[in-house]
Ligand binder design. Structure first.
Ligand SMILES: *Cc1c(COP(=O)(O)O)cnc(C)c1O
Length: 455
């Protein structure tokens, strides 16, 4: 039990805290869940209740909560120093981590620029891509100032990253503040924007992308994409070969490719990075979420030598990248990230993941029997279960129904914490989860969907 009085904490939470992506009026009506401890795949609340962590604490936890080696790495670093700046000087863990990141990411990404979250990693990639074209070859390409992103994309919540985002529910209100962005169709095959079938479409949506590129390549700096899975859009999984083709088109039309691996990176798709599945090297790559194993805020934007070199010059040439966050390269976070990567190697996590991915796939098959499960999408350890009013017409539930929210409250009663995206139930188990725990997650989710939507 907690050292604090749980009812007092509930009262103060409601009195003082404004929660992100949360309708507080709804939140205030419900009993808050207050986490106090973590253990492996479990979260434990102030009343001592144990819950499986079914979304890796919003897509970050890798080796489990309270892992002794991650704890030790941070404590050891803490005894040396908690923070020193990277503005003009260096620190030990950030050097070691940068070397490691260059070694483990796709070949060609040789420089690491740090920040502290996914949105800033994206913001940095956008600004670098923009400035690159301003400075390349004496300004020959200065007209390349625009970006292409996919419909339904999510790249974070700062104004720049929202500008390349495409989720109407989150982004519409901010439209007047955003810079212009060109949107290409997303491979949302369940609700194909071209009304085609995945089996026979030959990825016709890519022809639209190519036409967009053909028309605008002179003014486009970069295309940004979430490789293989559009996460926040509802775990929209791209067909095999889609990413590869996007890479080819970017090269053909002289457009930089920014891979936002914030969600898919660090093992979620079954490989260390999603780009590896299709042998793709982006020009810029954004990492965050799983980079510290879910311990501390840290992000990195990796770039090629070609981009880096364009920023070199004498101070008076003003080619410097004038961007930086105060906690850039924080030593505690970098130490956690190093320990996280070492654990991948030591435990051979990616190898052990393959049979869990298969278990998840087989377990999910059964969900097709449920009358309101319209689509099930899985890539590695990332899952989206789309609930619909009617399977035939694919009619979505109205937002008023709060169908996803009701399902996750049922799951909570049964000892599982998940968080939906609108009508889509998301599963993103901790990568170190045991098969028994994974089976339990599947059982609870099945029962919870059944309890809310019927048999
Ligand atoms: C979560 C996410 C971000 C934003 O990361 P934050 O750390 O929340 O700023 C960016 N891109 C993708 C693909 C994400 O899933």
């Amino acid at each position: 039990m907690s050292n604090y009085d749980p009812s007092l904490l509930e009262q103060w939470d409601k009195q003082y805290v404004w929660h992100p992506f949360t309708q507080m009026q709804q939140y205030l009506r419900e009993k808050p869940l207050i986490i106090e401890r973590g253990e492996g795949s479990y979260l434990i609340d102030v009343e001592g209740n144990r819950y499986l962590d079914g979304v890796s604490s919003l897509w970050v936890t890798v080796h489990g909560h309270c892992h002794p080696e991650l704890n030790r790495a941070i404590k050891e670093q803490l005894d040396s120093i908690a923070h020193s700046t990277l503005l003009g000087i260096a620190n030990v863990p950030s050097i070691l981590l940068a070397k490691k990141l260059v070694e483990i990411t796709p070949p060609g990404l040789n420089k690491v620029f740090y920040s502290d979250n996914g949105a800033t990693a994206v913001e940095i990639a956008l600004k670098m891509a923009f400035q690159y074209w301003q400075q390349k070859d004496g300004g020959r390409y200065r007209r390349k100032t625009k970006f292409i992103s996919l419909v339904n994309a999510y790249h974070g919540d700062t104004i720049g990253s929202v500008s390349v985002g495409g989720i109407p529910l989150f982004h519409n209100i901010f439209k007047p503040l955003l810079f212009e962005c060109l949107h290409a169709p997303a491979p949302y095959c369940y609700r194909c924007p071209l009304s085609l079938e995945r089996e026979s479409c030959k990825m016709a949506c890519l022809n639209q992308l190519e036409r967009l590129m053909e028309e605008h390549c002179e003014e486009v700096a970069a295309l940004i994409i979430e490789p293989l899975v559009q996460g926040a859009a509802g775990m929209i999984t791209a067909p095999d070969g889609f990413l590869r083709r996007v890479r080819e088109l970017c090269s053909k039309y002289n457009i930089l490719l920014i891979a936002d691996e914030v969600a898919v990176g660090f093992g979620r798709t079954g490989r260390l990075f999603a780009c590896e599945h299709e042998d793709v090297t982006p020009d810029l790559m954004c990492l965050a979420k799983g980079i510290t194993g879910g311990y501390l805020p840290l992000a990195a934007t990796l770039v090629t030598d070609e981009i880096y070199r364009t920023f070199l010059g004498e101070p008076e040439e003003c080619k410097t990248f004038y961007h930086g966050h105060t906690y850039t390269g924080n030593p505690l976070a970098c130490a956690a990230a190093l320990a996280n990567i070492e654990l991948f190697e030591k435990t051979d996590l990616l190898a052990s993941l393959q049979s869990k991915i298969e278990l998840l796939r087989r377990g999910l098959n059964k969900f097709w029997d449920l009358p309101h499960v319209g689509d099930i999408r899985q890539r590695g350890m990332m899952v989206g279960i789309e609930l619909v009013v009617d399977k035939e017409t694919k009619e979505p539930y109205d937002i008023k129904e709060q169908i996803g929210h009701r399902v996750i409250l049922e799951a909570r009663k049964r000892g599982l914490i998940i968080r939906p995206l609108d009508n889509i139930i998301v599963l993103m188990p901790v990568l170190s989860i045991s098969k028994e725990e994974l089976n339990r997650v599947l059982e609870i989710v099945y029962e919870s969907i059944e309890a809310v939507t019927g048999k």
